[in-house]
Design a binder for this molecule. Structure first.
Ligand code: PLP
Length: 287
């Protein structure tokens, strides 16, 4: 496995960053998770747009142009001989001193890791996941704005810990007002009477790229889609519930907080959307 580290390609064991990197000291940085399907970097432009927007928002200068970053991704994939897998792209503030001041970090660190992905087994896409809602609340203000895909993932990690304690793969986070926001690393959708609903991102969700792809597919396939706030009650009584994310793709939910959803397995619209999604992953992106 070869890692891209600040313009060099190094072996995994040599891929180290300084303990004075503010990514390590303060979680000061941003990241993307991207999929490669059949040698195609799925939605590459969308991921890079989100990365550069996150960087702008936190005043982080990425030392590579957009085109150079795309080239770095392509080259890292090529050197690893990867056709299907996952890319983790991290840009941290870089090496500084112990103070908070980002002016002491002259150059951001850029890391690209390409790996095999093992998430849910194929049966889970048919049977659906069990999930629970958790007490952690999605933050909205300032730098913890969910639109910034920052290295500050503590809130999401607390959600993951609550999911682990409940022995489920993903959990549902609400915002401070009690509206359903998203999962620890996935967006959420529900289906009721043939209409597909997902919370608007201002409720406190990342503008997921898989989410956007599913919204687009709904339009193409003629499903009515509404971006509307909803509560846990709406989730419990939904006909179908599913999560979307780069790693999870489109994964059905069969049970939420002990309530069985619909028929207790992946519903017809979820299954259709997953099928159609898998049809676009090898074409919609960068080769
Ligand atoms: N929400 C959060 C908090 C995430 O970390 C992710 C993963 O990137 C998502 C949602 C899903 O977004 P995407 O479809 O872009 O992977």
């Amino acid at each position: 496995q070869v890692i891209y580290l600040n313009g060099q390609f190094v072996e995994k064991e040599q891929a180290v960053v300084s303990v004075f990197d503010h990514g390590f000291l303060y979680g000061d940085g941003i990241f993307e998770g991207i999929r490669i399907y059949g040698g195609n970097i799925f939605k590459c432009r969308e991921h890079l747009n989100r990365l550069y927007d996150s960087a702008k928002s936190i005043m982080l200068d990425i030392p590579l142009s957009y085109e150079e970053m795309e080239q770095a991704l392509v080259e890292t994939i090529r050197r690893n001989g990867m056709k299907d897998g996952y890319i983790r792209l991290v840009v941290s503030r870089g090496t500084g001193n112990l103070g908070l001041d980002p002016r002491r970090c002259p150059v951001a660190s850029v890391v690209i890791i390409v790996e095999q992905l093992a998430i849910y087994p194929e049966e889970a896409y048919v049977q659906g996941l069990k999930t629970v809602s958790v007490s952690s609340r999605r933050n909205i203000p300032d730098a913890l704005n969910p639109k910034i895909k920052s290295l500050n993932y503590l809130n999401n990690i607390l959600v993951k810990i609550q999911a682990n304690l409940a022995d489920v793969g993903e959990a549902i986070m609400l915002n401070a007002q009690g509206y359903v926001a998203e999962g620890s690393s996935d967006n959420i959708f529900i289906v009721k009477n043939g209409i597909v609903f997902t919370p608007p991102c201002y409720i406190g969700a990342l503008e997921g790229i898989t989410r956007a792809a599913i919204i687009e597919l709904c339009e193409k396939l003629g499903y009515k889609l509404k971006e509307e706030p909803f509560t846990l009650h709406d989730v419990y009584v939904a006909d179908e519930v599913f999560f979307t994310g780069t790693a999870a793709e489109v994964i059905a939910v069969r049970e939420v907080d002990g309530r069985i959803i619909g028929s207790g397995q992946a519903g017809p619209i979820t299954t259709h959307l997953l099928q159609e999604f898998r049809g676009i992953v090898t074409v919609d992106g960068v080769k």
